[in-house]
Design a protein around this ligand. Structure first.
Ligand SMILES: [Zn+2]
Length: 430
């Protein structure tokens, strides 16, 4: 359905990007006070930014910029042209407000439709959208994309898991959108309800996101539900989900660069990094009307590549997220991302996907990892628990180069039904 734009030749994509970049730069400069100010401070005129290389001259936009302009300081259009508002899930102070014109919503639906179409969703699918609606962009974002593809949409939202399972079964749902850890909760309840996810459900594919997840989690999801599990990426500041998605090769996520210009920078120096280097993803919206955002620091750590993908789609790929700049924990001088810990833990049989990293300081920083184990292991003899603990501690030491304490706990001690698990508890700050 979106073949033409997905397979646009590289030179055509670049000229489309540059045309849109010049337009959005002028538009943001003329309509958003913050950008006029940023350009002036940097001694720049809109005409100074003519191509993607020039973009590096522009100052970044940060989360604080958006927060400081609460609620409507970032708007480039009069309020009468705004037809929807969302907010980010700010836990302290003002949230970030996201505004959309009608065209913004149409473009957003096209983007999520493109993502769903890449993973094979068609009008023949029944699509259960098991993610928060309301102010969170995850639910409504994919809702309209799936409708655009004429799939049958079940707007389930989050929570009420037994009802979710009943609908999955009775409506013969073939495709889902969910948070990966929620699917494990579904699997737990399925076994309580005597439902075999492969025999009794009809699932074929799922698109997952809103929390970092590893390839090991993917394998587990695929085995438990008999599905193809795909990663996708998005953030409210760019509209919501629909920025990037994995193709059938599952080797990085294609980032729709006719709508978003991607750069990767060194999070400390702010210098732009070349292709293939790990750093912070910076995005520029190329088409947004209500809230154009230039060089937005996403705080997500990834690797960008322009190398051609085996699928033939020409849009560059970002690697699955390697962490967030805010999540990077420095323990005894070592940089650690929770994803590294998750990768180690999930490869060990008997360990579940729920874990919590606790950092405390006694004389030195101490890293404790609380992790749920499967029921059978917990009921086993004490020595098998000890073996599991030793194995986890040894394997973590090899990867992190750091001694940790692993604490094994019973299933569902850490997980909640709808709340995202708080992965990191830093008691050094208390
Ligand atoms: Zn591909």
């Amino acid at each position: 359905m979106y073949e033409q734009i997905e397979r646009i030749p590289a030179d055509k994509l670049v000229s489309l990007q540059e045309k849109r970049l010049k337009k959005i730069i002028n538009y943001a400069y003329s309509n958003v006070g913050l950008y006029k100010k940023k350009f002036k401070e940097a001694g720049l005129r809109p005409d100074d930014i003519r191509n993607i290389d020039d973009l590096a001259k522009l100052p970044f936009t940060t989360k604080d910029d958006l927060r400081n302009n609460y609620p409507f300081g970032m708007l480039a259009v009069p309020m009468k042209d705004v037809i929807r508002l969302h907010t980010s899930s700010g836990t302290t102070g003002n949230p970030i407000v996201l505004a959309y014109t009608r065209r913004d919503l149409e473009n957003w639906a096209k983007l999520t439709a493109r993502c769903l179409s890449v993973i094979g969703v068609t009008k023949n699918d029944v699509f259960q959208n098991m993610i928060g609606y309301h102010m969170f962009t995850g639910g409504l974002g994919y809702h309209y994309g799936a409708e655009l593809l004429n799939a049958t949409v079940v707007p389930a939202g989050s929570g009420n898991t037994k009802r979710q399972i009943k609908m999955l079964k009775d409506f013969k749902v073939t495709a889902v959108h969910a948070i990966p850890s929620y699917m494990f909760h579904i699997a737990d309840l399925c076994s309580e309800m005597n439902i075999d996810p492969i025999r009794d459900l009809y699932l074929k594919k799922g698109i997952f996101g809103a929390e970092p997840w590893s390839n090991t989690t993917r394998e587990r999801l695929e085995t438990i539900f008999g599905i193809d599990a795909y990663d996708n990426y998005g953030l409210s500041e760019m509209s919501g989900p629909g920025v990037a998605v994995e193709c059938e090769y599952k080797d990085g996520l294609h980032l729709w660069s006719d709508y978003f210009l991607a750069e990767v920078i060194d999070p400390i120096s702010g210098e732009r990094l070349e292709d293939g280097k790990k750093g912070e993803l910076v995005l520029t919206t190329l088409c947004k009307e209500a809230m154009p955002i230039l060089r937005y620091r996403t705080r997500d750590i990834t690797i960008l590549t322009n190398e051609e993908c085996s699928c033939g789609r020409r849009h560059p790929r970002i690697s699955r997220l390697l962490g967030r700049t805010d999540d990077m924990i420095v323990v005894r001088g070592t940089n650690i991302f929770p994803s590294q810990i998750e990768d180690v833990l999930l490869k060990i049989p008997g360990i579940r996907d729920n874990y919590q990293i606790i950092i405390d300081r006694d004389v030195m920083d101490e890293l404790t990892i609380k992790v749920e184990v499967t029921k059978d292991i917990f009921n086993d003899e004490p020595f098998s628990l000890l073996n599991l603990k030793n194995r986890a501690e040894n394997e973590l030491k090899t990867v992190l180069n750091l001694k940790t304490t692993v604490e094994l706990v019973e299933p569902q001690t850490i997980s909640g039904e709808t709340e995202k698990t708080k992965r990191i508890v830093d008691l050094r700050l208390v």
